[in-house]
Design a protein around this ligand. Structure first.
Ligand SMILES: [Zn+2]
Ligand SMILES: [Zn+2]
Length: 381
């Protein structure tokens, strides 16, 4: 391990957003973006649990994301604003812009004293009928995720993936088998429901998926009719033959699956791109479907901001920083706690967010350090 002390690095006091032990912080505005420790004022990019946590005094979120946020964090004090609407926090202009990741997901645009920074949260450029499309926002500095920031990550067009899921389901139905697909309960499940051919057969979902479906419908997203698995009495379990069943990763290997009798199972995730992840999952099929940008999309999104400086928050940090520097951009990284969704991280496995990460620091771009060490040495500037 390389030894490196971030405290000796010069502080860039002019930065509009800095990394603090609590989360990403805007010093002139006095607010945090997706903080992982309790703070006074939090701007939330989206309701996945690695970005939206309990314990903050005030929350700010996009209007279309307030339903899912409240369903995950009931009782919080939250203000919602429309995409593009500007609010002023301590003289800093803040607005939210679609990130194309899940319902209500936002990039956070921060403007102060002639400078513009944008924090991306999680994002993708692929079309998704369940949320507003990613909007490029011009800025001086862009803070980006890099979950799939390696050249091996290139997604097929979503329709190709959904055609594959339909063909698998149709084949199973013809054999009198149920089709069980595991995916994130929030975002992926609704995108899948909105995109598959609902005419193939009945659709059921796990109890963890239905509350999110309800919020999506309330926000005006069209989803096909879906019944809860738990509503079907044991004597009617023949209904499951030929059905599609949408379940969270946590249901895999559980006794909950016994009621389906003969079934085929599949996993829908960007990690299915990796043979090792597919094998460990032990499912019949892996569908490569992600709500994150692939490598070309990350590059397109970053270029479209026009930013001369880019800071990487999570995922494949080092390859991304290296690529950014090759493009002649000023590049660095923030050590964050994003990427390990405590609710749904089991879908990721050892190839993804749980794998050891190395990062380069924003203040000393040449340094390579272990993520755990970096976090421990990162102090409040
Ligand atoms: Zn997310
Ligand atoms: Zn995330």
């Amino acid at each position: 391990m390389h030894s490196f002390d971030m405290q000796t690095a010069p502080l860039e006091t002019a930065d509009l957003i800095v990394a603090r032990p609590e989360g990403l912080y805007c010093p002139p505005g006095g607010f945090y973006i997706d903080p992982w420790r309790p703070v006074e004022r939090a701007v939330i990019t989206h309701a996945h649990s690695d970005h939206a946590r309990f314990g903050h005094r005030h929350y700010l979120v996009a209007q279309s994301g307030i339903g899912v946020l409240l369903s995950r964090l009931p009782g919080i004090d939250v203000q919602a604003i429309a995409y593009g609407e500007r609010v002023t926090i301590n003289g800093v202009t803040v607005s939210l812009h679609p990130a194309g990741h899940v319902l209500g997901s936002s990039q956070v645009r921060v403007e102060h004293a002639g400078r513009v920074w944008v924090a991306s949260g999680d994002y993708k450029l692929d079309p998704d009928p369940t949320c507003a499309a990613f909007e490029p926002v011009r800025c001086d500095t862009f803070i980006t995720e890099s979950t799939f920031g390696l050249p091996i990550y290139r997604w097929d067009p979503p329709q190709t993936i959904f055609d594959g899921i339909d063909a698998w389901w149709r084949h199973n139905a013809a054999q009198g088998r149920a089709s069980v697909v595991f995916c994130y309960a929030f975002g992926k499940a609704q995108r899948l429901l909105a995109s598959i051919d609902a005419g193939i057969g009945p659709i059921f979902c796990h109890g963890a998926v239905e509350p999110l479906n309800r919020e999506y419908r309330a926000a005006g997203v069209a989803l096909p009719p879906v019944r809860l698995v738990s509503e079907i009495p044991a004597k009617e379990k023949a209904l499951f033959k030929g059905a599609l069943i949408v379940a969270p990763p946590s249901a895999q290997g559980s006794t909950w699956l016994r009621r389906f009798g003969d079934y085929s199972d599949a996993f829908a995730s960007g990690w299915m791109r990796l043979r090792g992840a597919r094998r460990r999952r032990g499912v019949d099929r892996g569908f490569v479907l992600s709500d994150h940008a692939d490598w070309p999309q990350l590059q397109t999104a970053i270029r479209s901001t026009g930013a001369s400086r880019v800071i990487v928050t999570h995922g494949q940090v080092e390859p991304m920083v290296r690529w950014l520097r090759e493009q002649g951009l000023q590049a660095g990284a923030f050590v964050t706690e994003y990427g390990d969704d405590p609710v749904e991280a089991d879908a990721v496995g050892a190839d993804g967010a749980n794998a050891p990460r190395t990062v380069a620091s924003a203040t000393d771009p040449g340094a390579r350090i272990d993520a755990d060490t970096a976090f421990a040495s990162q102090v409040d500037p």
